[in-house]
Design a protein around this ligand. Structure first.
Ligand SMILES: O=C(CO)COP(=O)(O)O
Length: 253
């Protein structure tokens, strides 16, 4: 059965001390919390992965993800980080394809297809982000855009690879804007995504993949969004930086 997941994308926020403090407070809150098999993931910046993994060793309830990685295994790529570097410091998950990487760092579907394959070759789990821009939705192209993002970056994978893929639908117009997709809009798109995967692979593959929603999820709207049958959790930005808010969102799942 597919897993429920709440993941926090910390983006370029928090010093190392702040990162450790946040994990410590979260761990304390989770100590007596019956999480019913949900996965809880946090994605600190590269430099804060090591201290957060160390905190995490003391509390196995919180998993750690990187926010990006390079597709090459080593070489002259100043400022970049390779999959085996993440793997060997105990980071088993990586976010790929975030709209901020696409918009500000020119990441294309073709590049992402390469990154996904490399991450999987290193036995990492991928949280793959995608979603339409406001213009796409206004011109009723949102389903086409999402379908092509999935097709171009993921549909070259064999069916077996999907065990290690988590999808995160993040409409760009809802990220950091305070505007969220309505629960109905989220459900409509998640259902479409599952149908698209079922057509490309099989109903079994589509049924097993966790599809998270991301974009201005807050304690006040989380429960309603998570109540939708095809929404398996959330990828949380701003609200994941505050222990109380992130915990409230975990609790709403
Ligand atoms: O981009 C996001 C998570 O990856 C969502 O960010 P916000 O929750 O701040 O809108």
């Amino acid at each position: 059965m597919r897993k429920k997941i709440v993941a926090g994308n910390w983006k370029m926020n928090l010093t190392s001390v702040q990162s450790e403090d946040l994990v410590a407070v979260l761990s304390e809150k989770l100590e007596n919390f019956n999480n019913n098999g949900k996965r809880i993931i946090v994605a600190p910046t590269f430099v804060n992965l090591v201290p957060v993994v160390a905190c995490d060793d003391r509390n196995a309830m919180i998993e750690v993800a990187a926010q990006n990685m390079h597709q090459a295994s080593s070489g002259a790529f100043t400022g970049e980080i390779a999959a085996n570097m993440l793997q060997t410091i105990g980071v088993p998950n990586v976010i790929l394809g975030h709209s901020e990487r696409r918009a500000y760092f020119g990441e294309t579907d073709a590049l992402l297809a390469e990154k996904v394959e490399v991450a999987l070759e290193h036995n990492m789990q991928v949280i793959f982000c995608f979603g339409e821009e406001l213009e796409d939705r206004k011109s009723n192209k949102h389903f086409d855009v999402v379908e092509s993002q999935l097709k171009n970056a993921l549909f070259q994978l064999p069916a077996s690879a999907w065990d290690d893929i988590v999808l995160a639908y993040e409409p760009v117009w809802a990220i950091g804007t305070g505007e969220t997709a309505s629960p109905e809009q989220a459900q409509e798109m998640h259902e479409f995504i599952r149908k698209t995967i079922a057509e490309a692979y099989s109903a079994e593959v589509a049924d097993e993949v966790s599809i998270l929603y991301g974009g201005s999820v807050k304690p006040a709207n989380a429960k309603e969004i998570f109540s939708k049958p095809d929404v398996d959790g959330g990828l949380i930005g701003g609200a994941s930086l505050k222990a109380d808010d992130f915990f409230a969102i975990i609790d709403a799942m």
